[in-house]
Design a protein around this ligand. Structure first.
Ligand SMILES: NC(=O)c1ccc[n+]([C@@H]2O[C@H](COP(=O)([O-])OP(=O)(O)OC[C@H]3O[C@@H](n4cnc5c(N)ncnc54)[C@H](OP(=O)(O)O)[C@@H]3O)[C@@H](O)[C@H]2O)c1
Length: 312
């Protein structure tokens, strides 16, 4: 089958190759992929941000939607022909991929593969960030790096839950849909954000982290979930005396008491009932994946980017 593989060269990070059909273990289904979304984390894996560039032949891809073509051998999970969304560890930028039953959600007719493909990494991260934040009704949330896939989901879920969200984006255009989804304020400069915040959701790093932290209300919490700028954070103990005591939590979306399948089911139901709206800044054929990755890396895409898988 055809798949996109890592080249090992960050300058041309992926290319098409003929690879073996996925080998599913008894608790996995094989899905024919209709659409996948791409994420900043996959860009980091390919370009070496996590240490070294992914080795040639690695199969990226964690966010897929498609149709089951082989059911799990142990009899669990969806049957052949059912439409699903899934969150495999890798291998999703391909014609077919094996996905554990525990990491799948079944799609109703009303949810398209393109919409569903946005849900795994960005949707699970948003849902679990807010779960980690605790009750948000009536609380003020500051969200940095808000114009990406995670930011749009966080904003809609949080405002529906009664939070007052202030979003930080590079331009008004990149914040337009966040305002439509309910953000109380969208700013380009943190200095323009009004008041103090109970919760800061921070994923940019560098000076943005420090500036956001200084806007916490005493007793507030920072959930630190990314470093899109690639700039490490510098903190001074003394600067925090004005807002102490604060809590800084390092947040990984994959540590969860609920399974990916359960949470994907919740996200799918929210989309199906019109309460969650994936913001898809780019949809393209998967032959354009390299261009889309470059555009995502350079902040030229608002929300999620989705690639559709066609015969090659
Ligand atoms: N901890 C976890 O488990 C987890 C899971 C998923 C994602 N993440 C991280 O969470 C963040 C958001 O994810 P996402 O999928 O929404 O990412 P995304 O679509 O790439 O959005 C990231 C946003 O960060 C902003 N940004 C600010 N400064 C930037 C810079 N110097 N370079 C690049 N972007 C910059 C950009 O918004 P503007 O251009 O409007 O400023 C961009 O839209 C990312 O950092 C990602 O790596 C973490």
């Amino acid at each position: 089958m055809k798949a996109l593989i890592a080249t090992g060269d960050p300058a041309a990070a992926v290319e098409f190759a003929d690879v073996a059909e996925p080998a599913a273990d008894p608790t996995e289904v094989v899905v024919e992929v209709d659409a996948f979304s791409v994420n900043r984390g996959e860009i980091f894996a390919l370009d070496g941000t996590y240490g070294a560039p992914a080795e040639r032949g690695w199969l990226p891809g964690q966010d897929i939607a498609g149709r089951v073509v082989r059911a799990a051998a142990d009899g669990s999970g969806p049957t052949v022909g059912q439409r699903v969304v899934g969150h495999p560890d890798a291998g999703g930028w391909a014609e077919r991929v094996a996905v554990p039953v525990s990491r799948l959600g079944v799609l109703p007719d009303g949810v398209s593969a393109v919409d569903a493909a946005t849900l795994p990494l960005a949707g699970l991260t948003a849902l679990r960030l807010l779960r980690e934040a605790g009750p948000v009704v009536g609380r003020r949330i500051l969200l940095t790096g808000a114009s990406g896939g995670v930011g749009h989901f966080v904003t809609e879920l949080a405002t529906q839950s009664g939070a007052e969200v202030t979003a930080v984006t590079a331009s008004p255009q990149r914040g337009q849909q966040l305002a439509a989804l309910g953000a109380a304020q969208v700013v380009q400069d943190l200095g323009d954000a009004s008041g103090q915040f109970d919760i800061v959701l921070e994923s940019v790093g560098g000076e943005t982290f420090t500036a956001a932290l200084s806007r916490l209300a005493p007793g507030g919490t920072v959930l630190w979930f990314g470093q899109a700028s690639l700039t490490p954070v510098t903190l001074s103990f003394f600067d925090l005396l004005a807002v102490t005591p604060v809590t800084v939590k390092h947040f990984p979306h994959w540590i969860s008491t609920t399974s990916d399948g359960e949470d994907l089911g919740r996200l799918v139901r929210l989309v199906a009932s019109g309460r969650l709206h994936p913001e898809i800044g780019r949809t393209a054929d998967w032959t354009e994946t390299a261009t889309v990755l470059d555009d995502l890396a350079h902040r030229r895409i608002r929300g999620n980017a989705v690639l559709t898988v066609t015969a090659r």
